[in-house]
Write a protein that binds this ligand. Sequence first.
Ligand SMILES: [Zn+2]
Length: 243
Amino acid sequence: MSGSSEPLFRDDAYLRSCEAEIVSVNERGGIVLDRTVFYATGGGQPGDTGRLVLSSREIPIGATVYGEDRSEIIHVPTRPDDLPEPGETVTAFLDWDRRNRHMRMHTALHLLCSLIPYPVTGGSIGSEESRLDFDIADADAIDKEQLTEALGALVAADHPVTTRWISDEELAANPDLVRTMSVKPPTGSGRVRLVAIGEDGSVDLQPCGGTHVRSTGEIGKLAIGKVEKKGRQNRRIRLRIEG
Ligand SMILES: [Zn+2]
């Protein structure tokens, strides 16, 4: 059984809960809803955790992932027992503190990306620490103090973060928009979601399907960890939110 799930987080990352109907429960106990506020793992951002509340009980959710065709969002229970039936109605509550940290971290990585004029080769977001890998041959190209100061200035400026959609053709005509070599934006559906920071993307503009804060001021104080060498050309930069 399968069915598509409306990804409510895509238009409003600040939704913490929603009413939904259970579409299907797969053989491993994964629960598919007709709509959800739970972000599914993708683009370096972990999927959400939380709980599904039914009329007589609660089901804790430990992970959220896409099904094979990405139209399906699967909520993975922490215990594969006492599973619900298709057709049942639930209220889905996500773990907001964790998600909000992911939103702040994710937006901070866009800022980091905007300050370092080298290709991104990988990255990952965590609630405690995040990282981006850059293809930089010259290790001295990264000045931690300067970078920390520049990040702080972008946060303090409280730049707006907005999204809009462009066609696959528009993206193909503007290859410079793609900063990440390891994660190609999903094309083929006819449209691609662009995330802009600053007026008209003056700070950063790139395709991204993740969740972000509304303005950079929400990120808070950032600290850069140690810059590591990963392979001959790669430099890994770690980022933490203080507080
Ligand atoms: Zn993003």
